[in-house]
Design a protein around this ligand. Structure first.
Ligand code: ZN
Length: 315
């Protein structure tokens, strides 16, 4: 009798819980992974190698679920490349190639301006020189015939303690020889950089310089001095940027040329934090200390895990 009463109650409560929609609590919502759409398929860089590493770096935090959308190869019909941007929280571009179809471009603009996140990695800022909205999203870009018509150079001037916009004529996009270099945070009060050390070494990478673009609603979070001795510009060039495009947030990192660059803890930590910020507007990932992200030598980490890997000697 008692047993059947208990059974009735159990069955009854199962019925009730199945019948009543359970509200999602804030805690449960926070545990839901951020859905990332990573776009690749064309790039003058080894995207076949870097995409899996970027996926590992993000998913290793337990905060992201990465889906890859690979475009048709360069020179083919792009009309069938129609990623469903709206199904994701943030789009990450590891793409530098042929223009997307008009409808895909419009869908992407609507996704970001409507509040979606976008992350541009390294040569993604070489893409689409003729797509005005895209250039407003990335703030600054390089190569592809970019010149003063596309916007100013933006540089940190140490002697003035501020950023300047240089509209003088000249091409956009350059880099010297690959080398480890020091990245300096220019705003420690942004969610992406808050709690991080003030400067750190990135592993051997290309230090992009002379980028040009509309640079509207753009905030430079970190710069690096492009050393003339290694073929650089002699300027403090923007390295990490945040941009607001409509209601959307964009994180732009110029780092990440190849697997060596991507082994840099600096690349990894800023990518993780920047992607979370672009998707949600906040960063809950724990910062790393100056002991881990040191300014003396480039800290590296295997993207597949947390095991440190050997750093090749600097040139
Ligand atoms: Zn590169």
């Amino acid at each position: 009798m008692l047993r059947s009463l208990v059974a009735m109650i159990v069955v009854g409560s199962i019925f009730i819980s199945a019948a009543v929609a359970q509200p999602v609590t804030a805690a449960e919502a926070a545990e839901k992974p951020i859905k990332v759409l990573l776009i690749d398929g064309q790039n003058n860089h080894a995207w076949q190698q870097t995409t899996p590493a970027i996926k590992q770096i993000l998913e290793g935090t337990g905060q992201f679920e990465v889906t890859v959308a690979t475009s048709p190869p360069q020179g083919s019909d792009m009309s069938g490349f129609t990623p469903r941007f709206a199904d994701y929280d943030v789009v990450l571009s590891n793409y530098n190639g042929d223009p997307w179809s008009e409808s895909t471009r419009r869908a992407f603009e609507q996704f970001v301006s409507g509040g979606g996140g976008f992350v541009a990695v390294h040569a993604a800022n070489n893409s689409f020189p003729g797509w005005e909205a895209y250039n407003r999203m990335i703030g600054l870009g390089g190569w592809g015939g970019r010149t003063e018509k596309d916007g100013p150079y933006v540089r940190w001037k140490d002697d003035q303690g501020r950023f300047t916009r240089d509209t003088s004529p000249g091409s956009g996009g350059t880099h010297g020889r690959r080398t480890p270099f020091l990245v300096v945070v220019r705003d420690s009060d942004h969610p992406v950089t808050r709690g991080l050390p003030k400067s750190w070494m990135q592993a051997e990478d290309e230090l992009y310089g002379k980028l040009r673009g509309p640079a509207e609603n753009m905030h430079v979070l970190a710069t690096a001095y492009s050393e003339p001795a290694t073929g650089g510009t002699g300027e403090h060039e923007p390295i990490l940027m945040s941009v607001h495009f409509g209601n959307g947030r964009v994180f732009h990192t110029t780092l990440g040329h190849d697997l060596t660059a991507i082994s840099g803890l600096a690349f990894q930590v800023t990518l993780q934090r920047g992607t979370q910020w672009a998707a949600t507007g906040q960063v809950t990932l724990p910062p790393v200390s100056a002991q881990e992200l040191t300014r003396d030598a480039p800290a590296t980490r295997d993207p597949a895990g947390t095991a440190p890997v050997e750093q090749p000697a600097a040139e």
